[in-house]
Ligand binder design. Structure first.
Ligand SMILES: Cc1cc2nc3c(=O)[nH]c(=O)nc-3n(C[C@H](O)[C@H](O)[C@H](O)COP(=O)(O)OP(=O)(O)OC[C@H]3O[C@@H](n4cnc5c(N)ncnc54)[C@H](O)[C@@H]3O)c2cc1C
Length: 544
C-alpha cells in the first residue's frame, strides 16, 4: 500500500486525502490546527461551476474563456479546460457528501456573479460556502479514518523535504507536542499549505498560511512560478487584527463604489466603465481606488433590507461587529488589501513539481489563474487539484525503498538545536514585521523598478542577519526556523516582479504601464547555489 504525506488540511489537502484513501492509499495528513481553522473556512462568496442548471447562454466554454481572459492569457489553456469541465462533477460530489447549496423555491441553484464573469455561475451555501464544504469533507474523511486509511495529526509543521537525486521520499516534520523534528517517509509528498499571507502581515487571509513550505522547497530545488501576481481585493475593512473582506457578492448584488467630492458622491467606477463598472476585475477596481487618492465607500443601503438579510447576512454581521456599521443604512469605508496569490510552486498538469513524487495543490500551487484569479475559481481549483493529484499519485509506480537521509537529518537537527541556543540582537517577530512593511511599501498595487530594487535591498538585509537572530521563546520553534524560507520567498517575489517589465493582470508597473506580447508567458524562478535564476517560460512547459 502506498503511503502519502499531505501537508495542510484546508480544502485541497482534505480533498486529496479523501481521493487518495478512496484509491486504496494510506494517508497521513498534518497541519498546525484542525481543518475548521484553515483559511478555506473563510471563503464566503462561492464556487464557480457550469452545471446542467446553468444561466441561459452560459457554458463550460464561457467559463474557460472568462478564466483565460481574467488571467490575462498566461494561464495554461489545457489546464483551465480541465478545471472548468470538471465543475459539475465537483458540485455533485460536494452535494453527495453533504454540502447544501442555496436553491430557490423551485429547487434550482441560486447563482451569483463575481467580477470578470460573463454569466452568473457561482454556487454558494448561504454565507458560509467554505465552512460547509470543509464540514462535508471532514465527515467524509472520518469514514476513511475509521477504516484506518487516513490519519490526521495537529500541531505538526513542515520543516523540509527528504530529497535525493531530484526525487522526494517524504519530509522532516516538526512536532510541537514533542518539540522535535521527525522524518516521515512517503511515496508521495503533497504540499497543500495555502497562500503566502504572512509575507504581508495583515491581509484578508490566515497568517497560518505563511509561504514557508514554498520558500523552503525553493531552496531545496523546486521551481516557483508567477510570484509577482498577487491579488489585492479592492474592498476590505480595516480592523485591529486583519483586513476583513467585504465580499464581492455585495457588488454582485448591486453595491456601488463612490468617493465624496464635498457632499457630492462620485461613482467613479460607473463614470469610467459604465453600468458594469463596479464589477470590473479586482486588479482594475483596486488600481482605481488607489488612483482616487481619497477614502472610498461601498454602498448597498439602497437595497431592500430583506434582500440584504437573505443574500449577504455575513457582510451585514461583519460590518456591525468589526466596524460598528449598519449597512442597511450607511456605506462601508473600504480599501484594497492582499487577498490571493496566483504564484507558487510550479506544477505539471498532474500537479507534480519538477521534483519527482513532490506534488503541490490548492493556493500554494501556480496553475489555473494566470495573472489574475476570478472570484469563485479558487475553491474549484483547490478541489480539482486535490482530485487529480490523487489520481496521478495512484497511477504512478512507487519507489521500492527510501534512503535513510541520516546525514541530512543530523545536519537539520544540528541547525535546529543551534537556533534554540542562538543569541543576537535581532528578534524573529521584529524581522517578520519589518518584512511586512517592506512588502506593503514596495510590492504594492503599483510597482516600479525603483520600489522593487528598494524592496530587494531591504529583504537582502534581513536575510543577511537571519542566521544571527536569537531564539524568540515567546513564539514557537516553527516561527523561528521558518523565517529564512519566508525571506527567501520574499526575495524571489521581488526578482520575478523586476523581471516582468510590463503590466499584466495583478502585476502593474507604473514604469511599464502597457501589456507586452514579449511577456505573454509564465515567470519561472529557480534557486541554484544561493543564486536566483529567472526564466520567462515561453513554451509554457508547466502549463501543459
Ligand atoms: C476572506 C477570504 C474569502 C475567500 N472567499 C473565496 C470564495 O468565496 N471563493 C473562492 O473560490 N475562493 C475564496 N477565497 C480563496 C480560497 O478560500 C483559498 O484559495 C482556498 O480555500 C485555499 O485552500 P487551500 O487548501 O489551498 O489552503 P488553506 O485552506 O489555506 O489551507 C492551508 C493549510 O496548510 C496549513 N499550513 C500552512 N503552512 C504549514 C506548514 N508549514 N506546515 C503544516 N501545515 C501548514 C494551514 O494551517 C492550513 O491547514 C477566499 C479567501 C479569503 C482569505
Amino acid at each position: 500500500m502506498k503511503d502519502i504525506l499531505i501537508i495542510g488540511n484546508g480544502i485541497s489537502g482534505m480533498m486529496c486525502a479523501i481521493r487518495c484513501a478512496g484509491r486504496g492509499m494510506h494517508v497521513r495528513l498534518i497541519a498546525p490546527g484542525p481543518s475548521e481553522q484553515s483559511q478555506s473556512v473563510m471563503a464566503a462568496g462561492g464556487i464557480n461551476a457550469v452545471t446542467a442548471e446553468h444561466e441561459e447562454g452560459d457554458s463550460v466554454r464561457c467559463h474557460i474563456e472568462d478564466t483565460l481572459k481574467g488571467g490575462a492569457y498566461i494561464a495554461g489553456k489545457n489546464a483551465v479546460e480541465g478545471l472548468c469541465s470538471h465543475g459539475e462533477e465537483i458540485i455533485r460530489f460536494l452535494e453527495k457528501i453533504g454540502t447544501v447549496f442555496s436553491v430557490d423555491e423551485n429547487d434550482r441553484p441560486l447563482l451569483r456573479a463575481f467580477g470578470g464573469q460573463s454569466h452568473k455561475r457561482t454556487h454558494y451555501c448561504g454565507a458560509s460556502t467554505g465552512k460547509q464544504i470543509v464540514s462535508a469533507l471532514i465527515m467524509e474523511a472520518r469514514r476513511f479514518e475509521a477504516a484506518g486509511m487516513i490519519s490526521r495529526s495537529m500541531r505538526q509543521y513542515f520543516h523540509s523535504a527528504l530529497i535525493e537525486d531530484s526525487v522526494c521520499h517524504g519530509a522532516l516534520i516538526y512536532d510541537e507536542t514533542k518539540r522535535k523534528l521527525e522524518p516521515v517517509y512517503a511515496d508521495a509528498l503533497v504540499i497543500a499549505t495555502g497562500g503566502q499571507n504572512c509575507l504581508f502581515g495583515k491581509t484578508t487571509g490566515s497568517t497560518k498560511c505563511d509561504g514557508y513550505a514554498v520558500g523552503k522547497l525553493f531552496m531545496q530545488g523546486a521551481v516557483l512560478k508567477n510570484l509577482e501576481f498577487i491579488q489585492y481585493h479592492p474592498t476590505t475593512l480595516e480592523t485591529s487584527q486583519k483586513r476583513m473582506l467585504i465580499s464581492e457578492s455585495v457588488r454582485g448584488e448591486g453595491g456601488r463604489l463612490f468617493y465624496l467630492d464635498g457632499d457630492k458622491r462620485i461613482y467613479f467606477m460607473e463614470d469610467k466603465y459604465g453600468k458594469g463598472g463596479n464589477l470590473m476585475t479586482r486588479d482594475i477596481v483596486s488600481r482605481e481606488i488607489v488612483a482616487a487618492g481619497r477614502e472610498v465607500f461601498l454602498d448597498i443601503s439602497f437595497l431592500d433590507k430583506g434582500l440584504i438579510d437573505r443574500k449577504i447576512p455575513e457582510v451585514r454581521d461583519l460590518c456591525a461587529k468589526y466596524g460598528g456599521l449598519d449597512i442597511t443604512k450607511e456605506p462601508i469605508p473600504v480599501a484594497p488589501s492582499v487577498h490571493f496569490f496566483m504564484g507558487g510552486l510550479a506544477v505539471h498538469k498532474d500537479h507534480e513539481t519538477n521534483i519527482g513524487n513532490l506534488y503541490a495543490i490548492g493556493e500554494c500551487a501556480s496553475m489555473y489563474h494566470g495573472a489574475n484569479r476570478l472570484g469563485g475559481n479558487s475553491l474549484l481549483a483547490a478541489l480539482y487539484s486535490g482530485m487529480i493529484a490523487a489520481k496521478a499519485i495512484s497511477e504512478k509506480s512507487s519507489c521500492s525503498s527510501h534512503p535513510e537521509f541520516r546525514d541530512l537529518i543530523a545536519q537539520e537537527q544540528r541547525i535546529f538545536d543551534d537556533m534554540i541556543e542562538a543569541k543576537s540582537p535581532f528578534a524573529v517577530m521584529h524581522i517578520r514585521d519589518m518584512l511586512a512593511d517592506t512588502m506593503r511599501a514596495h510590492m504594492s498595487i503599483v510597482r516600479s523598478e525603483k520600489s522593487l530594487v528598494r524592496g530587494m535591498e531591504d529583504v537582502r538585509y534581513y536575510l543577511s542577519v537571519v542566521d544571527r537572530i536569537h531564539y524568540d521563546a515567546s513564539v514557537s520553534a516553527y516561527t523561528n526556523y521558518s523565517i529564512k524560507g519566508i525571506l527567501t520567498l520574499a526575495l524571489a517575489t521581488f526578482a520575478c516582479a523586476r523581471a516582468r517589465k510590463e503590466s499584466r493582470g495583478a502585476h502593474y508597473r507604473g514604469d511599464y504601464p502597457e501589456m507586452s506580447k514579449a511577456y505573454e508567458a509564465a515567470t519561472l524562478i529557480s534557486y541554484e547555489n544561493g543564486e536566483y535564476r529567472i526564466l520567462m517560460d515561453r513554451e509554457k512547459a508547466y502549463e501543459d
